[in-house]
Write a protein that binds this ligand. Structure first.
Ligand SMILES: Cc1ncc(COP(=O)(O)O)c(C=O)c1O
Length: 400
């Protein structure tokens, strides 16, 4: 057989996919599974957005758009960046594609060469290092300690920078921890970055709209305008507007870098769905009030889960500041034995035990390069969350 690309040997398939497959298999076998592994809001897309999409179909807007996005959507994105982030981008400094994920992929392909290093604070979203590998570059993981809110510390950033460092990927609110950097924390990191002019910063703001306890969202290019020409700000409608299936993501950045991203896109993609682009423009420019309503519900659910899980033997969890994830410390259950006689060595063993014995799907920390933890998504009904927490508590109590 002909050989596959050696790039495939650089990384493992995502452990998230593995847990998902197992959860689906158990469901098909008739098991009652509470799936808290998913990374998407459980709310419906707002009716005003759906109506805009219907109208686009009725008008026959069913053809290719410009590869990097229709101008109508780019104008809505331009206004969004100004309104929400006080960032000014010309239309040719903005790109659109089918989700923040492919947009991130295009950006990293435009920035990275084989052998370059990309600094990724951990816990991190599993696809950030995956995409760095796809560019044949090397992710350099820098742990954000739990006692520091899982956030990258400036000294650790400085220590990780080498002559090969080309990119820093920041993600706030974070998947998987929900950590949110405020403007002053970003400025402290910016002080380090200002000393290193050859580093690009990719700011993944996809969870921007999901911040709790009255926090104000901040993004690096806004917090430190002197970095504006080295920061590419990535966002989308998937999470905040409950539009994961519509597949629209976008980015704004300095003209020269975005020209490179567009060059990649010209060969790597056609364009995002024309209908979804109209829907995304309607989401960005239409009513915004339902987002606060969603957040209030998310916050109640967060509090419910934090209360319930801190009563589980061997688990501890801090309330997150944003997104809809809790990163649960399971260090104290490791080394214990399940009723079936299995010794739990890793967070993956614990996640498997919860899924197989109690029907609760969580993602083990290996997926996020930071253990011993499991990620719980609270984008589920309060009933489902209460049920899941009761199952997790009983699973923990049954360990010896
Ligand atoms: C941190 C982070 N960035 C980007 C994405 C991708 O978002 P999209 O659905 O717009 O591709 C996700 C999705 O899970 C994510 O968690």
């Amino acid at each position: 057989m002909p050989k596959l690309s050696q790039v495939l040997d650089r990384f493992q398939p995502s452990p998230i996919a593995h847990i998902f497959a197992l959860a689906i298999q158990l469901e098909e076998e008739g098991r009652d599974i509470v799936n808290l592994a998913a990374g998407e809001p459980d709310f419906e897309t707002h009716e005003s957005v759906c109506a805009a999409a219907h109208a686009a179909i009725d008008r026959g807007e069913t053809k290719y758009t410009a590869i990097d996005g229709a101008n109508a959507l780019k104008r809505a994105i331009q206004e969004k960046f100004k309104r929400d982030n006080d960032l000014d981008y010309d239309l040719d400094e903005i790109v659109v594609d089918g989700g923040a994920k492919p947009v991130l992929g295009h950006i990293l392909r435009a920035l990275l060469d084989p052998g370059d290093e990309a600094i990724i604070p951990t816990p991190c979203w599993t696809s950030h290092p995956g995409m760095v590998h796809l560019s044949s570059a090397d992710p350099i993981f820098v742990p954000g300690p739990e006692e520091k809110g899982f956030k990258l510390q400036p000294d650790d950033l400085e220590a990780a920078i080498t002559a090969k460092t080309k990119v820093l990927i920041l993600c706030s609110p974070s998947n998987p921890t929900g950590a949110v950097y405020d403007a002053s924390e970003l400025r402290v990191l910016a002080e380090v970055l200002l000393q290193h002019e050859d580093i690009w910063i990719v700011s993944d703001d996809i969870y921007e709209k999901l911040v709790f306890d009255g926090r104000t969202f901040a993004t690096l290019a806004q917090a430190e305008p002197r970095l504006r020409d080295r920061v590419i700000t990535v966002n989308g409608v998937s999470k905040g507007y409950a539009m994961t299936g519509w597949r629209i993501g976008f980015a704004g950045g300095p003209r020269q870098a975005m020209a490179g991203v567009k060059k990649v896109m010209s060969q790597a993609t056609g364009c995002a769905s024309s209908i979804s682009q109209v829907a995304a423009a309607a989401a960005l420019s239409g009513p915004q009030d339902y987002i606060a309503e969603h957040n209030a519900i998310f916050q109640q659910r967060r509090d419910l889960v934090v209360r319930a899980l801190n009563q589980a033997e061997g688990l501890s969890v801090r309330p997150c500041e944003g997104a809809f994830f809790l990163y649960v410390n399971c260090g104290e259950v490791l080394g214990k034995t399940t009723p079936a006689g299995v010794r739990l060595e890793t967070s993956a063993d614990f996640a498997r035990y919860l899924l197989e014995e109690k029907g609760v799907a969580l993602i083990p920390g290996a997926a996020f390069e930071h253990d011993p933890y499991v990620r719980l998504s609270f984008a589920a009904s309060s009933e489902a969350l209460e049920d899941a927490c009761a199952r997790i508590r009983s699973a923990c109590a049954a360990l010896a």
